[in-house]
Design a protein around this ligand. Structure first.
Ligand code: ADP
Ligand code: MG
Length: 640
């Protein structure tokens, strides 16, 4: 037997490993199993190259949990190790990886490192107080060896009898983490980290129901007995899908294959994805993956299922903020890259140049795919648009380069349900909707029900109205105004229809004199809360409404943006509207002629309330008063 010290200079690092990786100690299983996979893959490669001539046989990796023995065993039939290799790869190289961790930990805050540092083999000491390696190399005539370490820097290595080629790692689970001796727990972890590893992984058994072979036995009457009943049998439980879809050639896959994989990835999600993008690149870095565009039902659903990052089919994380472009955290699917450094903290990952390149590449690829969808089948693209829109907007708002790539096929939808590119829309609207500053005014509604009156009025003027009802639209509109020259956006209720688009045309002739206007304004001022309303008397067409409520575009946008970003409200608490009185309306004349103040006030209140109702802002006590007053007026009219 040989004994030795792993590294005499270093203090005992195992307690440190255990302490500082405590919050994420489950990754030990990922490390040990992926080592077994590596060893098996290497043997397969040697075999195809003719360097290994023996039988590969069944290469299934077995994970065995033994509660009585308090062990977890991970058994592979890979290439194994000789005594020299154990010394080199375990005592020296793997250990230096662990040491590296320690030195990094010392110069960093622990929180950044916890769980994001692949410690490889030595991560087993997070859960085990004793570890054994039983291994036999594939090389002919090799002697099997047992390496043993009890968590102190001392190890032993000795020859053993072992029939089969390959490695068995025996973890003696420490008393304070006995939950890892529950097979369901281990199965859960394997499902998380090892679900798409390329070599079959077996853990325990599962129940399967099978129909026994029909026994051709006849009863006395010569008739067959009933169908045999299904019986349960125990079969080995294979954890993984060894050929996940992202590793296959896109040309060999159908849409259904992608959908099936989607449901495998997110079993709890019943929705079908809209479409997917298959990423496949080997220069200047390796990257494969499938990104799905989900159907967005509501904001909350968005982040429930996340993009998963794999490294050679080993699950790493689904916390990818800062690693992939931000809007892509709203997508679903997987990306797999051996080139993303995984053994480091996420903050390090975010600043890594390679990671940035990958992120830019993915963003470009997604934009290209969208563009080709638009060009190849615009009709179909339009069908998907309503659900695509939020990704386009989020992508643009968080990444200007993305906006530059999609701006030629971003679609505006009008209230008639027609879609236009920016350019098409400008061309169409410019004739009627250019204001005196030579800006094309894009009129929009955010809710066609609530703003129905205003939409109607604008349409009657021959204007076209866009539908901007998405939850990012207010932000996006702000951005567009900065990006697009000579363009502004105005919501239909921002002003009376004649003033929505300010032209140099002469004003409507007013039937009222300036003095009369002043008087009329005073009449209204007496009847409304000055904190909430600014009264204006304007000359409109006789057929326009007698009173309208409008909201200043910019004030309203601020409020909307506060709502979206959930900020503490400043403008939100400050409700203010314009109350525009149509001085040319016959009712204005009626008010001016009304000698009885009570009657005049009643009429004004009625007019104001109707205007508020049309904006959906007459509620509570005011609404009750309005209803009562309306009935009273009807009673009076009918002379009762
Ligand atoms: P890494 O996997 O990144 O090389 P590890 O610390 O996980 O680092 O493993 C160290 C080395 O130990 C591996 O590179 C490999 O040479 C060897 N090793 C670990 N597990 C096995 C195994 N199951 N079969 C053969 N060799 C192994
Ligand atoms: Mg490893």
């Amino acid at each position: 037997m040989q004994t030795g010290k792993i590294n005499v200079q270093t203090e005992n690092i195992f307690p440190v490993i255990k302490k500082f990786l405590y919050s994420d100690h489950e990754i030990f299983l990922r490390e040990i199993v992926s080592n077994a996979v590596d060893a098996t893959q290497k043997l397969k490669t040697l075999s195809t190259r003719g360097a290994f001539e023996g039988e590969l046989g069944d290469l299934t990796i077995k994970v065995k949990v033994n509660k009585d023995e308090k062990t977890i065993r991970v058994i592979d039939r890979g290439l194994g190790m000789t005594a020299e290799e154990v010394d080199k790869y375990i005592n020296q190289i793997a250990f230096s990886g662990a040491e590296d961790f320690l030195s990094k930990y010392k110069g960093n805050d622990a929180a950044n490192i916890i769980g994001h540092f692949g410690l490889g083999f030595y991560s087993s000491f997070m859960v085990a107080d004793e570890v054994e390696i039983l291994t036999k190399s594939y090389l002919p005539g090799s002697e099997a060896v047992r390496w043993h370490c009890d968590g102190s820097p001392e190890f032993t290595i000795e020859p053993i009898d072992k029939e089969d080629r390959g490695t068995e790692i025996v973890l003696h689970i420490a008393d304070d983490v006995q939950e890892f001796l529950e097979e369901p727990k281990i199965v859960e972890l394997l499902n998380k980290y090892c679900r798409f590893l390329p070599i079959p992984i077996e853990c325990g058994t599962k129940t399967e129901w099978v129909k026994p072979e029909k026994v051709e036995e006849s009863d006395a009457n010569g008739e067959n007995k009933e169908e045999p009943k299904e019986v349960s049998v125990q079969v080995p439980r294979i954890i993984n899908d060894t050929e996940p879809i992202w590793q296959k050639a896109p040309s060999s896959l159908s849409d259904d294959d992608y959908k099936e994989f989607y449901h495998k990835l997110y079993p709890m999600n019943m929705e079908e994805p809209m479409f997917q993008i298959h990423l496949n690149v080997d220069y200047p870095f390796n990257l494969t993956g499938v990104l799905y565009f989900p159907k967005v039902k509501n904001q909350l659903d968005l982040r429930k299922n996340r993009v998963q990052l794999y490294c050679n089919q080993v699950y790493i994380t689904d916390e990818l903020e800062g690693v992939i472009p931000e809007f892509m955290t709203l997508l679903h699917g997987v990306i797999d890259s051996p080139d993303i450094p995984l053994n480091v903290s996420r903050s390090y990952l975010q600043s890594d140049a390679n990671v940035k390149k990958i992120s830019t590449y993915i963003s470009k690829k997604v934009a290209e795919k969208l563009e080709s969808m638009f060009k190849e089948n615009r009709e179909d693209f339009e069908k998907k648009w309503d659900e695509l829109k939020v990704f386009m907007e989020y992508g643009s708002l968080t990444d200007e380069k993305f906006y530059d790539k999609i701006k030629d096929f971003y679609l505006l939808k009008n209230t008639e349900g027609k879609y236009y590119t920016f350019e098409e829309y400008r061309n169409m609207a410019s004739a009627l909707q250019t204001n005196k500053d030579d800006q094309v005014v894009f009129l929009y509604a955010s809710n066609t029900d609530e703003q129905h009156l205003y939409v109607q009025a604008a349409k009657e003027h021959g204007y076209d109205i866009l539908l901007m009802d998405g939850f990012l639209d207010t932000h996006f509109i702000n951005m567009l105004e900065q990006k697009m020259e000579k363009t502004r956006f105005t919501r239909v209720d921002a002003d009376i229809v004649d003033k929505l688009i300010e032209k140099s045309d002469e004003e409507m002739v007013s039937k009222l004199s300036d003095d009369q206007k002043k008087t009329l304004k005073e009449y209204f001022d007496k009847n409304v809360d000055a904190q909430k309303f600014t009264v204006m008397v304007d000359a409109m067409s006789e057929t326009d409404l007698p009173v309208m409520i409008t909201q200043n575009e910019f004030m309203r946008r601020f409020k909307d943006m506060e709502k979206v970003s959930g900020q503490q409200s400043f403008y939100g608490g400050f409700e203010h509207y314009n109350l525009v009185v149509n001085g040319n309306h016959p009712l204005a004349a009626k008010l001016m002629e009304e000698p009885e103040e009570d009657k005049r006030n009643q009429l004004i209140q009625q007019m104001v309330d109707l205007a508020l109702l049309s904006q959906n802002i007459l509620t509570g006590e005011k609404l009750s008063e309005f209803v009562k007053r309306s009935f009273d007026m009807m009673k009076a009219d009918s002379g009762q």
